[in-house]
Design a protein around this ligand. Sequence first.
Ligand SMILES: NC(=O)c1ccc[n+]([C@@H]2O[C@H](COP(=O)([O-])OP(=O)(O)OC[C@H]3O[C@@H](n4cnc5c(N)ncnc54)[C@H](OP(=O)(O)O)[C@@H]3O)[C@@H](O)[C@H]2O)c1
Length: 421
Amino acid sequence: MGVAADHSSKQASVSAMLAKRVSVPAARARRLIVMGSTGSIGVNTLKVVEHLNTIAADDTSKIKVVGLAAGRSAQMLIDQAKRFGVQAVAIADASQAETLRQALPGVTVYAGPDASLELVEQSDATDVTAAIVGSAGLPGTLAAIRKGLTIGLANKETLVAAGPLVTPLVRSCGARVIPVDSEHSAIFQCLNDYARLRSGEAIKRVVLTASGGPFRTVDKQTMDNATVEQALDHPTWDMGPKITIDSSTMMNKALEIIEAHWLFGLPADKIEVIIHPQSMVHSFVEFADNSVLAQLGPPDMKTPIQYALSYPARPTGCSEAMDWTTLSTLVFEQPDHDKFGSLKLAYKVIRAGGTAGAIFNAANEAAVAAFLEKKIRFGRIVELVAEALDGLEPRAVDSLETVMGADRQARAFVEQRIEGA
Ligand SMILES: NC(=O)c1ccc[n+]([C@@H]2O[C@H](COP(=O)([O-])OP(=O)(O)OC[C@H]3O[C@@H](n4cnc5c(N)ncnc54)[C@H](OP(=O)(O)O)[C@@H]3O)[C@@H](O)[C@H]2O)c1
């Protein structure tokens, strides 16, 4: 009884300590552009900004949102622009430009396929959250890198398609890339104190966790004939449609293997995947001395988004907290590489190098779009990507045009295969 009483009072004081708000420390004034503000990551980023500004120590440490970019959701973009009082917005769908101009007097409106690129180039932003889906996010992200900005990178397709271009550019332009993808945020956090060891032998391997998606327990034949509705029904994460389909094919994990290769400079044989259906352990790093560091938390993207926005500080979070009273076991399984052929393709892409990443990414984007339009069955997605990798010769990457050329070629390849079927 006495012990219990002692324990609970100790717990109460620990809880009181934990409940104390840790505010964002005073820092340089930050001006943020959110690219893809109307999507799942974009909306959560704006929620995190509002939260961080509420707990900021003073006005100079508040984040000022200066620009927003979207694809075609004009009304949502207008609402966000008014709420945050932004100076400029960008929309890819040029037919919406006039609606935006009328609704947002005094706000600069960029419209058309290069709108997000122009927004970044013309702005005085210090930070960018890159959350446009697909290779459409590449030009704006490259512009932010060229300007030496701090980039919270959610748009993994940028690194997959253009890793050979992006990595040296980040270094030469003095930009800083902080991963938002929960797995890469986890690895980034585990490696933080070991930054100088990254390229050495100290890291035995990194292990990316994967939920396994909605088809983890069904046989391959059932999975290959799954409907769009079944494939969009993700068991743990609430995300945009493209990444949700990528999770069900495990293409998302394949993209993340390639993303980890470029972000952390790791060879293919040091990057592994393990299935962890609870999505609580977001990834881990195994060191040469057999020590393993992992990062845990409930599946809530606001945690890695906030980490990228407040790095290296750790102010009080607004995401779901871990409930240790209900968590009793952590489950891990080996992935089935024959059922999920996408994983093998990722290693093939890393070894091939050059434009193989751009071909892989674009073929997948085209195949996912065709599946969502119900033009192909689920099993064809990975088959089409494999056929594009076999059918198209990768070239050395020397420019954005080379990357975009490979991207166009792969999309055309997949479309021809679908039409010819
Ligand atoms: N969601 C997650 O939990 C999660 C986790 C890790 C990584 N990611 C990555 O984050 C990125 C975004 O994912 P999401 O789930 O947030 O996707 P989403 O909900 O589909 O949102 C995509 C965003 O991109 C915008 N967009 C699409 N095409 C565009 C274009 N051509 N120009 C400008 N903006 C364009 C969309 O605008 P409209 O809606 O206005 O068309 C929307 O704002 C992806 O690369 C994904 O892999 C997501």
